[in-house]
Design a protein around this ligand. Structure first.
Ligand SMILES: [Zn+2]
Length: 106
C-alpha cells in the first residue's frame, strides 16, 4: 500500500521517511494512514450474536434471523424442520452454535 504525502499527495514507498516529490516528512501521513486502518470498519459489518431481547431458548434463532435479514419466526420454523429432518445432528449443531456465538451486549 503506497503512502500518500499529506502535502503534495504523491505516492511514496510504504516505509519512506520523506516524500520523494516534495521532501515533506511523511510521519504525519503515516499516522493518518494508521488512523484510517484502526478505524473500525466493522461498524457496518454484521455480527452474528445471540439475541437477548428476542429469545426463546438461547436467542440463537433470533440472532441468526437478524444476521440473515430473515423473519425470526421463519428462522425458528427452519430450525424446527431441521430438528425433525435430522434429529440429534441439528440439536448438536444448535448447542455448539449457542455455545460459540456470543450473546449480544446489553
Ligand atoms: Zn509530498
Amino acid at each position: 500500500m503506497p503512502l500518500y504525502c499529506t502535502k503534495c499527495g504523491a505516492a511514496n514507498e510504504e516505509f519512506a521517511e520523506f516524500c520523494k516529490s516534495c521532501g515533506d516528512n511523511l510521519t504525519e501521513a503515516r499516522e493518518k494512514n494508521t488512523d484510517k486502518n484502526d478505524e473500525p470498519a466493522q461498524t457496518s459489518e454484521k455480527k452474528l450474536l445471540r439475541s437477548r431481547s428476542n429469545k426463546m431458548i438461547t436467542g440463537l434463532a433470533a440472532g441468526l434471523a437478524k444476521y440473515f435479514d430473515m423473519e425470526v419466526d421463519l428462522m425458528r420454523i427452519l430450525w424446527v424442520i431441521a430438528f425433525f429432518v435430522s434429529g440429534s445432528t441439528i440439536a448438536i449443531v444448535y448447542l455448539i452454535m449457542a455455545a460459540v456465538i456470543p450473546q449480544e451486549p446489553v
